[in-house]
Design a protein around this ligand. Structure first.
Ligand SMILES: NC(=O)C1=CN([C@@H]2O[C@H](COP(=O)(O)OP(=O)(O)OC[C@H]3O[C@@H](n4cnc5c(N)ncnc54)[C@H](OP(=O)(O)O)[C@@H]3O)[C@@H](O)[C@H]2O)[C@@H](O)CC1
Ligand SMILES: Nc1ncnc2c1ncn2[C@@H]1O[C@H](COP(=O)(O)OP(=O)(O)O)[C@@H](O)[C@H]1O
Ligand SMILES: [K+]
Length: 522
């Protein structure tokens, strides 16, 4: 996929590589990058609180380059007429490079400095300085390692005491938050606004970080585009640009041009899942949609909807090995298959899947109970040799990875990357901030965290939607990204119509066309 469909989300390590290439290979001095960061942060603060003239601003400067940014911002704030106190955690003589230069410039300007040494509390200084209107948090950026030292945790907790009385601006990332996972270590500053430099670090894109970051502003600091392109970030955030991937309808097209989706799913008590998947496929523009299911369930699965065709398999109400044979004469009609919604966990289903895996299949989306069976019989994956998109929720991913769902959630990015590497398939790790991971390690993060999508059957709609895009000949990676983004847009639309939830999964499917239209028109 072209990068313009997504914005880069570098890991802290990748960001450092961009900084170093800019400084060492390109020759732009670190002082210049830091100056751009400081000026940018000053601008973001004035955009947020208005003029800083006359405001009391407490600037916290840690001992690394994030502290250097803080000294630089302090200088610009003082120039704008703010009353500034910089509390620095490093000894003056220990600052290095651009941070030392900015510390000296702040000192030369006569800005008030105080040494927040180990054992001292931030509150002692506030006692003399007075209650701040604004706190600028430059304690730690992306460079800290492991769990925070005790004194650092205390300073962070002290900053958070002012959460309701002062405006808190974090530089690059709220101090204490991991730039990689978005988790606190174990505490982090709770900012009103975070100004992050050059690109949001991947941790900032994780929904868990939202309670710490407040609004996020990205501020360019002058890293040349060619450096970012020559060593691209492994992860990126999907944007509206991904919608350009949707094949445009043609006035003279016939239904076959928009693909024929086959959904294999349904079992006793779970007949709604394939039906909802069919709605997802229809509403995203599939030409024809058929549900293949045990013959005894076909009527219930169809649910009286004339838009959905059925392919009754076998005789009874359970999946079995013979049904794969029944499918063979029909397979050539289908352009993509969704396997698994509501398929159930009766032992005989595994026989069906084993026989199916030996057939020559079109592109597949594998979801729900089919993922359950892959966890029970991992060799199924090797036999299913067609290109595939796997769409696990955290529980399904955990079962296949052999870890707990909590482990998956604690580091969703790595779990998604491990899942894609292990299965060799384009993988959609569902949930708030859905991640699309590719077997080569690259990953896309969805910007959507929307409770209207957290309803039973929502994943079935996504499955149908993803399959309908594959059926239109989209590449696996593109189809997965577009499906997740479009599903998110539908959720956004529903959050307006159903602000306290209450929408159904069918509503999600039905919202797809309008959600797309409104975004494209906007
Ligand atoms: N590179 C560039 O050109 C540019 C970089 N920029 C900026 O630099 C930031 C990254 O700077 P960085 O790499 O210096 O790291 P940073 O986040 O300040 O933290 C390092 C300090 O953490 C400390 N520390 C470590 N572990 C700890 C622990 N467990 N618990 C407690 N403390 C711990 C350790 O302190 P020490 O142990 O040495 O006392 C060390 O000094 C980046 O986020 C961006 O803001 C911009 O100016 C643009 C140009
Ligand atoms: N808070 C949320 N924000 C964004 N998307 C969500 C959220 N909660 C759930 N979703 C999405 O809703 C769908 C739920 O799928 P899944 O867990 O398989 O449920 P089901 O099996 O009931 O359909 C997934 O696409 C998931 O990414
Ligand atoms: K910070």
């Amino acid at each position: 996929m072209e990068m313009y469909h997504a914005v880069p989300l570098p890991t802290p390590e990748e960001m450092t590589a961009w900084d170093q290439a800019t400084i060492e290979d390109f020759g732009l001095r670190q002082e210049v990058l830091m100056e751009n960061a400081g000026l940018g942060a000053h601008g973001v603060l004035e955009d947020s609180v208005g003029s800083v003239e006359g405001l009391s601003i407490l600037v916290i400067a840690g001992s690394g380059n994030n502290g250097g940014d803080a000294f630089c911002v302090a200088r610009h704030l003082a120039n704008s007429g703010a009353q500034v106190l910089v509390l620095h955690t490093g000894k003056k003589k220990d600052y290095r490079g651009a941070a030392a230069a900015n510390m000296r410039l702040a000192q030369k300007m006569g800005i008030q400095l105080g040494h927040l040494a180990k054992g001292r509390s931030l509150l002692e200084f506030v006692h003399d300085f007075g209650e701040p209107d604004v706190i600028v948090d430059g304690l730690l950026g992306t460079g800290f390692k492991g769990e925070l030292r005790e004194e650092t945790q205390e300073w962070i907790e002290d900053i958070n005491i002012f959460k309701s009385s002062a405006f808190i601006l974090s530089l690059d990332i709220p101090s204490g938050l991991s730039g990689l996972t978005g988790e606190p270590a174990p505490v982090a500053v709770m900012a009103d606004t975070t100004v992050t430099f050059e690109a949001a670090k991947i941790g900032l894109a994780m929904p868990s970080s939202a309670e710490f970051t407040g609004d996020i502003h990205v501020c360019g600091i002058g890293i040349p585009e060619f450096i970012k392109h020559s060593t691209p970030a492994t992860c990126s955030m999907l944007t509206d640009g991904v919608l350009d991937l949707l094949p445009a309808p043609h006035p003279e097209m016939h239904k076959g041009d928009a693909g024929h989706v086959l959904i294999l799913g349904g079992s006793i008590g779970l007949t709604g899942a394939p039906h909802l998947a069919a709605l997802g496929a229809i509403r995203s523009g599939a030409g024809l949609v058929t549900i293949g299911c045990p013959a005894g369930l076909a009527q219930e699965v169809k649910g009286g909807n004339p838009d959905i065709m059925t392919l009754p398999l076998g005789k009874g109400t359970y999946w079995n090995e013979g049904m794969a044979q029944d499918l063979i004469p029909h397979l050539s009609r289908f352009s993509a298959i969704l396997l698994g919604p509501g398929m159930g966990r009766d032992e005989r289903t595994l026989g069906f899947l084993r026989a199916l895996a030996e057939l020559d299949l079109p592109k597949l989306v594998v979801d729900a109970d089919a993922l359950y069976w892959i966890a029970q019989a991992p060799e199924l994956l090797e036999h299913l040799s067609t290109p595939m998109v796997l769409t696990p929720h955290p529980g399904e991913a955990a079962r296949i990875l052999g870890i707990s769902a909590e482990d998956v959630q604690a580091d969703r990015l790595h779990a998604a990357q491990d899942f894609a590497a292990q299965t060799g398939a384009v993988s959609i790790l569902k949930g708030a901030g859905t991640i699309i991971a590719l077997p080569d390690g690259r990953a896309y993060v969805s910007p959507f965290a929307i409770s209207n999508l957290a309803v039973a059957g929502s994943g079935d709609v996504l499955g149908g939607l993803s399959t309908s895009l594959l059926a239109r000949d989209m590449e696996l990676e593109d189809a997965a990204c577009l499906a997740v983004y479009w599903h998110g847009l539908a959720g956004g639309q529903l959050s307006e119509d159903f602000p306290v939830r209450g929408n159904t999964a069918s509503d999600i499917a039905n919202a797809l066309p309008k959600a797309l239209k409104e975004t494209v028109d906007a």
